[in-house]
Design a binder for this molecule. Structure first.
Ligand code: PMP
Length: 438
């Protein structure tokens, strides 16, 4: 059991100066019973050290971007070299072309690319471009999918696909929420109903093609094919939010992932990217069909700009990260470790009488404390949050760093080893044993 006195002291100080003590609400421990989050001071490979010198095995991977482990030497070198040459120019650079070409080669539906600074910006802009292209206003999204914090996508479901959305955050006008229709993931009937009711004004249907934000959830067979066909028949655009999924399961995106069929039928018109493509530095990108992307300024009437966009540091880190991911067997090795880890976790939970459903997709997985499958947001909500909170704290006390939310995934990185898995499974066995007594 570790003690975290210094984290507690820093949290008290942080609360005085930084709203809520954190720079992103997902970092707070609010969803797992409150208290001080752990203040980390160093990260290397698959490991973290906190300000009390406790060591952790990290499965948070900074919510996804750190796919090659922390401080990977190839990426660190690229960032250092970029910094020595000046971190921000405000002019085009050759590096941007290189990363754009790498993205286009890996994601064939992206004829043209534009770099921005975050996943939020990328998504926000795809919506603007789709609206400009279709000259329509509304978007359809899926319950539980997270697309960043711009107004339009922070909207919850109304009481069904035939109603308009309600704001999910203060500060979002109802008039904006009314531009959004939310339907259940994996529910083509819901999408059909929404398009029948509102279709004339639907600019785009936005989806995480494989979900990463209420656990890892695969599209059911035919879901993406049906979604694309129905959306196109309605004259709307398909937008894939691949901020988590691109380069997570293989070198490419969901659109070419071998775990899904009919690649030609599931290509979107626009794709939003972020996280991994910046190697850990701030980045986002969006792209798609040439005729759609030509809406964007300076070619077209849809305006989008950015002082920091395409900065040499982020772009260099992104190129270096993708170069590491091109290495032979990289994804197979992450998957092998994830198979061992999830098999061990399931066996350990079963042994201790704890209900656990694990959704694994290659090297990423989610742990749901329930005894039913999780294929949509309702299922993910209908899981035992207190059990998760208890598990989270037991694991943290034993040096395993997970996301403090029952909806977030565990990510393997290229830096994890068999030894890390063995240590994690020991911690899990002790955690489940303790939970069985609670
Ligand atoms: N889309 C998805 C699918 C995400 O998971 C996230 C962030 N978790 C975003 C968009 C927003 O990205 P960012 O935090 O970089 O703005």
């Amino acid at each position: 059991m570790n003690t975290r006195t210094n984290s507690e002291l820093l949290y008290t100080e942080a609360l005085e100066h930084i709203v809520g003590g954190v720079n992103s609400p997902s970092r707070s421990f609010k969803a797992v019973g409150g208290g001080a989050p752990v203040f980390m001071k160093k990260a290397q490979g698959a490991h973290f050290w906190d300000v009390d010198d406790n060591k952790y095995i990290d499965y948070l991977a900074a919510y996804g971007p750190i796919v090659t482990g922390h401080a990977h030497p190839h990426i660190t070198k690229a960032i250092t070299e970029a910094a020595a040459n000046g971190v921000l120019y405000g002019t085009p650079t050759e590096l941007e072309i290189k990363l754009a070409k790498m993205l286009k080669e890996a994601i064939p539906s992206m004829d043209k690319v534009r770099f921005v600074n975050s996943g939020t910006e990328a998504v926000m802009t795809t919506i603007r471009v789709a609206r400009a292209y279709t000259k329509r206003n509304k978007i359809v999204k899926f319950a539980g999918c997270y697309h960043g914090h711009s107004d339009l996508v922070l909207v919850a479901a109304g009481s069904g696909p035939s109603t308009l959305g309600i704001p999910d955050s203060a500060g979002i006008p109802t008039s904006i929420a009314h531009e959004v229709i939310t339907v259940p993931y994996n529910d083509l009937g819901g999408l059909k109903e929404a398009l029948e009711r509102w279709g004339d004004d639907v600019a785009a249907v936005m989806v995480e093609p494989i979900v990463g934000n209420f656990g890892m959830v695969m599209p059911e067979p035919g879901f993406l094919e049906g979604l694309c066909a129905m959306t196109r028949a309605n004259g709307s655009l398909v937008i894939y939010d691949e901020v988590i999924t691109a380069f997570r399961f293989h070198y490419g995106s969901t659109q070419t992932y071998a775990g899904l069929d009919n690649h030609a039928e599931i290509e979107p018109d626009l794709t939003a990217l972020g996280k991994i493509i910046g190697g850990g530095l701030p980045i986002g990108a969006y792209g798609g069909r040439k005729h759609v992307m030509e809406q964007v300024a300076p070619l077209g009437p849809a305006y989008q700009a950015g002082t920091m966009a395409g900065n040499p540091a982020s772009i260099s880190a992104g190129i270096a990260c993708l170069e590491v991911l091109q290495g032979a067997g990289v994804y197979e090795e992450m998957e092998r470790l994830a198979i061992d880890l999830t098999a061990g976790l399931q066996a350990s939970a079963d042994r201790n009488g704890i209900d656990l459903t694990i959704n694994r997709i290659r090297g990423a997985f989610s742990t749901h404390f329930c005894n039913h499958p999780v294929t949509n947001y309702d299922h993910a909500q209908d899981t035992d949050g207190e059990r998760f909170a208890s598990f989270f704290r037991h694991m943290l006390n034993r040096g395993i760093n997970l996301a403090p939310s029952k909806y977030e995934a565990w990510f393997l990185t290229t830096a994890h080893t068999d030894e890390d898995i063995a240590v994690t499974l020991e911690a899990a066995e002790a955690s489940f044993k303790a939970m069985a007594q609670e």
